[in-house]
Design a protein around this ligand. Structure first.
Ligand SMILES: Nc1ncnc2c1ncn2[C@@H]1O[C@H](COP(=O)(O)OP(=O)(O)OP(=O)(O)O)[C@@H](O)[C@H]1O
Length: 327
């Protein structure tokens, strides 16, 4: 059997992974991925993404829980799963003296029914580099070679661990286009990424992991919609916060005032913005530096990480800067 009755080709239930030293990197997670879907696993550093993907790839047995990939246990039924999946690890580790074409031919020898090497190298934009030695490739070109190797066997399920790390903006967009084309032709893709923009652009559904657990899951729109939108502006000259209309009446769920800058949070963006602008128009004042911002996946990510850190009691929200999370 390839998929369950719901069309899920990946099913994960109650998954746990405890390393030799006793550290629990994956703490009871569950999710499903449908055929032809791109599913992204996001998370802070050390959240447990790679630990999870390695289990899905059958590289290690889970400590507890159940995994099915194309209807099989990827560890105990590796022979049934492996030929139908493609894996792009974080480090490909190819011999550096071989050329791109030699590497691909060597790899193709290990894959039953491999696609023509030239076709796969063209697909990832390495068609002009076939005679170049691996050690002379840039970091981004090596990532593309990693991807080419994962595609040699025309996989039904493709695991991509941080596929665009090291790629420039153009390379990243090319990879996104390729991954979308693969999805459109029926390939199921599970990817991990640090780039929230990548998840926003690519993922049909995603899960945000934090400290071994799934903190949020859904479509990018669903995960984002759970976060409030933001409005900020400067108080008009001669006005004080108390002169503003009652904020709760405008649908504002929270606010803070820093000097003359007012920041509002709302889940009813249109109602709050309209009320505020009507107030400004009737008072004949200008709201300088007005900024109206619907919630983004980045805010959702930071909000989840912050809440989880607060609930854990130890971590500080300030530790989780955007820079750290969007490496
Ligand atoms: N072999 C191992 N033995 C013990 N602990 C490990 C081992 N591998 C990973 N860990 C720990 O498990 C946790 C999860 O690591 P993992 O690599 O899965 O996270 P990640 O979400 O992929 O992180 P990153 O975004 O930094 O790649 C980390 O705290 C890490 O230190």
């Amino acid at each position: 059997m390839d998929a369950n009755e719901h069309g899920h080709v990946i099913e994960v239930t109650g998954l746990r992974r405890v390393y030799g030293g006793g550290f629990e990197a994956v703490r009871g997670i569950g999710f499903t991925v449908r055929r032809g879907e791109i599913f992204a696993l996001l998370g802070t550093n050390g959240a447990g993404k790679t630990s999870t993907v390695e289990l899905l790839e059958g590289l290690a047995p889970p400590t507890a829980g159940r995994i099915r990939v194309l209807g099989h246990d990827p560890y105990t039924e590796r022979a049934a799963v492996r030929p139908r999946t493609g894996v792009m690890l974080q480090e490909g580790g190819f011999p550096s003296e071989l050329t791109v074409a030699e590497t691909a031919r060597m790899w193709a020898g290990c894959v039953s029914g491999a696609r023509p090497v030239a076709e796969v190298l063209d697909l990832v934009g390495l068609g002009a580099k076939t005679g170049t030695r691996v050690k002379q490739l840039s970091g981004g070109q090596r990532r593309r070679l990693d991807l080419a190797m994962a595609l040699l066997g025309s996989p039904e399920v493709l695991f991509l661990d941080e596929p665009t790390t090291g790629l420039d903006a153009e390379g990243r967009r090319d990879t996104w286009e390729l991954v979308r084309a693969l999805r459109d032709s029926g390939t199921t893709v599970l990817l991990t990424t640090h780039y929230l923009e990548e998840a926003e652009n690519l993922a049909d559904r995603l899960a945000i992991m934090h400290e071994g657990r799934i903190a949020a899951t859904g479509t990018p729109d669903e995960v984002t919609a759970a976060q409030p939108s933001r409005i900020s502006f400067e108080l008009p000259e001669g006005y004080f916060a108390g002169d503003l209309p009652p904020l709760a009446g405008l649908g504002v769920s929270g606010h803070d005032i820093d000097g003359r800058t007012v920041r509002l949070r709302t889940r009813e963006l249109q109602r709050t913005a309209t009320g505020l602008l009507m107030w400004a128009a009737s008072a004949e004042v200008e709201l300088r530096r007005l900024d109206v911002r619907p919630a983004s996946l980045e805010e959702a990510f930071l909000g989840i990480a912050r809440r989880a850190a607060e609930e854990a009691g130890g971590g500080s929200a300030a530790d989780l800067s955007t820079k750290e999370c969007v490496r």
